[in-house]
Design a protein around this ligand. Structure first.
Ligand SMILES: Nc1nc2c(ncn2[C@@H]2O[C@H](COP(=O)(O)OP(=O)(O)OP(=O)(O)O)[C@@H](O)[C@H]2O)c(=O)[nH]1
Ligand SMILES: [Mg+2]
Length: 489
C-alpha cells in the first residue's frame, strides 16, 4: 500500500507504534542490526517465519484441546458399576450392539479368539476334575473289567466309572492346554491378575488388546515369519499348532464325547461342579465353536468372558436412535475388590450410573469366599447412594442375571436359608425379586443426600433382544436428563 492511500488514522497509529517500538527495550532488542547483510536478513526472516508457524500450530492445538474439552463437557458420561461378574462388560456389549452396530462388527475377529479361549478354559476345568478323580481311584480298562473295578463300581449308584478311555482322551486333549497357555501369554501380555493368577482371561484396560488379538490371529499374521508376528509352528500333519481354530477342530470329537460322557457327568455331579454356571461357558456349543469354519454369532460375543482389569473408557457416537451423532463416554470398571479403589476418580461429572446387581443370594465372591455376593452388592449400592460425588447423578439399577435367579429358585434353593429375614414368603421369582427390589429402593431413599427417582430394571444381559429394549428406555431417560441439565429443553 502506498503512503498516498493511507488514511490519517492509520498513519498516526503507525507513528504511535513506531514510538512505542523505540521506547520498548524488548522491541529495541528485536530490531535488525543496522548493518544487516542481505543474507543475514533472509536468514532472520526465515527464522521469524518458522517461529510464527510454530506459534500458529500451538494456537491451533490449544484451540483443538479446548474444543475437545468443551465437547467432553457436552458429552454424556455413564459409569457401569457392580461387583465382578455382575454383567457390566456384557451390558456394554449390548449397548454397542444396539446403538453402534458397526463398531460391534469391527471387533468380531478379536472376540472369536476369546470365545475359543473360553471354551478351552472350560475343557481345562473338566480335565482337572477328571484328573483328580483318576488320581483318587485306580483306572480300569474298558473291555476287561477286573473284580476290583466291579467291586468298586458296586459302591456307586449309578455306576459310571472313569477308565483307560478317559485317560486316552485326556492325553489327546493336552495340546489344547499348552496352546491356551502360550496363546494367552502371547496375545494378552496384560493377562495378569494378582488375585487370581492364570485362572481367567483378563486384560488391562485400554491396553489395545482387541487390536493386538485381531493382528495376531489374522491369517496374514500367521502365515508371516516376521519376528513381530507369532511364528507358526506347523506339526507333522500340516496343522498350525498355534492356531486355536485348527487345534480345536482336531480335538472336536474328543471334546464333545468327554462332555457328554455319563461317567464324567457323574464325577462332576458328585464333586458339586456346575460348569454351566461359570462365566464364558461354551461347552454345550462345542460342535459349532470347535468347527474349522467357526464364526462367532452376536450372542457368542455378548456371552464371551474377559475379566476387566482397571477402568476402560469407551467413546460412542450414537449411530441411531433419537439423537444420532450424540457423543457418549461409557466407563466399564473391573468389579473385584482390589479394583474398586480405581472407581472414584471417574465419579466426577458423571450423568448416570448403571449399577449391576445380580440377586445371587446363594453365591460367594470369587476373590473372598467368606462374602455373600448379594450382601456385597447391597454394600456397594449403599456406598454409591451415599457418595457426595454422585449426589447429582441418576442411578439406574439393573437386577441382572434374572435367568440364573429363576433357575436357582426352580431348583428349589431356599432364599430363607441364606437370608433369614426373607421369612416364609413364597420362594418364587416374583416375590423374591419384589423383596430385594424394595430393599434397594429403601437404601437409595435413606442414603441419598437429595431425593432422586428410583429406576430399576430386571435384566438378563445375555438376552440381547430384551436388553436392547431396556437400553433404549435407559438411553432416552439419560438423554432427557442431560438435555434438561444443559437447559436445552
Ligand atoms: N446367565 C447369565 N449370564 C450373564 C448375564 N450377564 C452376564 N452374564 C455372564 O456373566 C459373566 C460375567 O459377565 P461380565 O459382563 O464379564 O461381568 P463384569 O461385571 O464385567 O465382571 P468384571 O469385569 O470382572 O468386573 C459373562 O460370562 C457373561 O456372559 C445374565 O444376565 N445371565
Ligand atoms: Mg468386565
Amino acid at each position: 500500500m502506498s503512503t498516498k492511500f493511507r488514511s490519517k488514522k492509520t498513519m498516526s497509529a503507525e507513528i504511535v507504534a513506531d514510538k512505542h517500538r523505540f521506547d520498548d527495550p524488548l522491541s529495541l532488542a528485536m530490531l535488525p542490526p543496522k548493518d544487516e547483510s542481505p543474507e543475514d536478513r533472509t536468514k532472520r526472516l526465515a527464522t521469524q517465519h518458522e517461529a510464527a508457524r510454530i506459534s500458529r500450530e500451538i494456537d491451533d492445538s490449544l484451540q483443538e484441546s479446548k474444543r475437545l474439552f468443551d465437547m467432553r463437557k457436552k458429552a454424556i458420561k455413564v459409569l457401569l458399576l457392580g461387583q465382578a461378574e455382575s454383567g457390566k462388560s456384557t451390558t456394554l456389549k449390548n449397548f454397542q450392539l444396539a446403538f453402534t452396530p458397526s463398531h460391534f462388527q469391527r471387533e468380531r475377529a478379536a472376540w472369536k479368539t476369546i470365545v475359543q479361549l473360553n471354551l478351552i478354559s472350560s475343557i481345562k476345568k473338566l480335565l482337572e476334575v477328571v484328573q483328580d478323580e483318576m488320581d483318587a481311584t485306580p483306572v480300569r480298562k474298558p473291555s476287561t473289567p477286573t473284580s476290583l473295578s466291579r467291586a468298586s463300581s458296586a459302591f456307586r449308584v449309578p455306576t459310571h466309572a472313569l477308565n483307560a478311555n478317559h485317560q486316552q482322551i485326556r492325553l489327546r486333549l493336552s495340546p489344547l492346554l499348552s496352546m491356551e497357555a502360550a496363546l494367552a501369554r502371547k496375545l494378552l501380555p496384560e493377562n495378569f491378575d494378582p488375585e487370581r493368577p492364570s485362572r481367567e482371561i483378563c486384560v488391562r484396560a485400554n491396553s489395545g488388546w482387541k487390536a493386538t488379538l485381531e493382528r495376531a490371529t489374522s491369517p496374514e499374521s500367521r502365515s508371516s515369519t516376521g519376528s513381530r508376528h507369532i511364528r507358526p509352528l506347523t506339526g507333522g500333519d500340516g496343522r498350525n499348532k498355534d492356531d486355536p481354530t485348527q487345534v480345536l477342530s482336531a480335538c472336536k470329537d474328543d471334546i464333545i464325547s468327554l462332555w457328554k460322557d455319563p461317567a464324567v457327568k457323574e464325577v462332576l455331579w458328585r464333586n458339586n461342579v456346575r460348569l454351566e454356571d461359570s462365566p464364558g461357558f461354551f461347552l454345550n456349543d462345542a460342535e459349532r465353536i470347535a468347527d474349522v469354519n467357526y464364526e462367532p454369532t452376536d450372542a457368542d460375543i455378548v456371552r464371551a468372558r474377559v475379566r476387566t482389569f482397571g477402568v476402560e473408557e469407551h467413546k460412542f457416537i450414537l449411530e441411531n436412535g433419537s439423537a444420532p451423532g450424540s457423543e457418549w463416554y461409557i466407563y466399564d470398571v473391573g468389579g473385584s475388590r482390589s479394583m474398586r479403589q480405581h472407581w472414584v476418580p471417574y465419579f466426577d461429572d458423571v450423568q448416570a450410573i448403571i449399577f449391576l446387581a445380580p440377586l445371587a443370594f446363594n453365591q460367594v465372591l470369587e476373590e473372598d469366599p467368606h462374602v455373600n455376593r448379594l450382601e456385597d452388592s447391597i454394600y456397594l449400592w449403599k456406598e454409591v447412594c451415599a457418595s457426595p460425588l454422585l449426589a447429582k447423578s441418576t442411578l439406574i439399577l439393573f437386577l441382572n442375571k434374572m435367568d440364573i435367579l429363576d433357575a436357582t429358585l426352580k431348583a428349589g434353593i431356599s432364599v430363607q436359608k441364606f437370608v433369614p429375614s426373607y421369612g416364609d414368603a413364597p420362594n418364587d421369582l416374583e416375590h423374591v425379586t419384589k423383596y430385594f427390589k424394595e430393599k434397594f429402593r429403601a437404601y437409595q431413599k435413606r442414603l441419598s443426600s437429595k431425593q432422586r427417582p428410583f429406576f430399576c430394571h430386571e435384566t438378563s444381559a445375555i438376552d440381547t433382544r430384551a436388553t436392547s429394549a431396556i437400553l433404549v428406555g435407559v438411553r432416552e431417560g439419560i438423554l432427557r436428563g442431560h438435555l434438561q441439565k444443559m437447559n436445552v429443553i
